[in-house]
Design a binder for this molecule. Structure first.
Ligand SMILES: [Zn+2]
Length: 62
């Protein structure tokens, strides 16, 4: 996906910026510690589908 597209995508929960995970097709909200899947190039921006992770797990992704 185009990098600029990530810059306009915001967290559906806090409306903050999301960061692309380094090794996986996932987007991360640092504020909520939510991890959103990217399904075939399309981010799944639903809080009920997101995974809440620990601080350590989140740092490992970024
Ligand atoms: Zn958020």
């Amino acid at each position: 996906m185009d990098k600029s597209l990530y810059e306009i995508i915001v967290c559906p929960s806090c409306h903050g910026n999301l960061e692309k995970a380094k090794q996986a097709d996932k987007l991360v909200c640092r504020f909520d510690r939510l991890v959103f899947d990217i399904d075939e190039g399309i981010p799944v921006l639903l809080t009920e589908k997101a995974e809440m992770v620990t601080q350590e797990a989140m740092e490992a992704l970024l």
